[in-house]
Design a protein around this ligand. Structure first.
Ligand SMILES: Nc1ncnc2c1ncn2[C@@H]1O[C@H](COP(=O)(O)OP(=O)(O)O)[C@@H](O)[C@H]1O
Ligand SMILES: O=C(O)C1=C[C@@H](OP(=O)(O)O)[C@@H](O)[C@H](O)C1
Ligand SMILES: [Mg+2]
Length: 191
């Protein structure tokens, strides 16, 4: 695989980070479609490779094994690919090696949302996120706030509270095109 550090801003992979349920998978996929780019969801990729859902990987192989799988996959994609839209799992960016690789090689987009909005999404995600099992709401809120600090180191951020995924994706695409034009103007041919 080729080293990726000097590629143009337009060709850089875009990495979506944020808490579970922020919409990384849903919005990442929409952004990829709108930009005609390949989409890679790290959890889905790990599930495909290991032929089991993430919750079962946690149960059978343990969280440490899952963290190693996500770390290796993300670092390899960051250093070896370009023009991809990559949605990370919410815990991946907490690993120093992942954070460094993403910040060096990708445009890192933090999908944020308020705690109040997040709570409305609990029924949608609770069963499939092992990290949320056996935790009180107060413990989850503490994790949410603590992780927000880690996600605050990014290249750009966007709040998804009260915004539907399609609108969020449209606005993210707009802001990306604006950033590309500012940092590398007159290259409409590569959109
Ligand atoms: N902007 C949004 N507004 C409302 N629901 C959303 C939004 N984005 C995602 N969802 C829903 O929240 C759940 C989690 O979304 P997902 O994309 O899997 O989040 P993540 O990958 O960040 O964990 C899904 O059921 C999805 O349909
Ligand atoms: O935050 C976490 O530790 C996790 C988030 C999940 O991905 P999403 O953020 O896409 O839900 C998935 O990687 C796994 O359940 C662990
Ligand atoms: Mg996801």
């Amino acid at each position: 695989m080729t080293e990726n550090i000097d590629i143009s801003i337009r060709e850089k992979n875009i990495a979506f980070i944020g808490f579970m349920g922020a919409g990384k998978t849903t919005i990442g996929q929409l952004v990829a479609k709108k930009l005609y780019r390949d989409f890679i969801d790290i959890d889905q990729e790990i599930e495909r490779i290991h032929q089991m859902p993430v919750s079962q990987i946690f149960e059978k192989l343990g969280e440490a094994s899952f963290r190693k799988m996500e770390r290796e996959l993300i670092v390899s994609l960051c250093t070896g690919t370009r023009l991809k839209i990559i949605s990370l799992g919410g815990g991946a960016y907490l690993q120093e090696e992942v954070k460094k690789a993403c910040l060096s090689h990708c445009l890192v987009f933090f999908l944020d949302l308020s705690w109040e909005s997040w709570k409305e999404r609990i029924p949608l995600i609770i069963d499939s996120r092992p990290v949320l099992q056996n935790k009180s709401l107060d413990e989850i809120e503490e994790l949410f706030m603590k992780r927000r600090d880690a996600y605050s180191i990014n290249h750009s951020q966007f709040t998804t509270s009260e915004i539907d995924p399609e609108t969020a994706a449209d606005r993210i695409v707009e802001s990306l095109k604006l950033a590309w034009d500012i940092y590398q103007p007159n290259r409409d041919d590569i959109y």
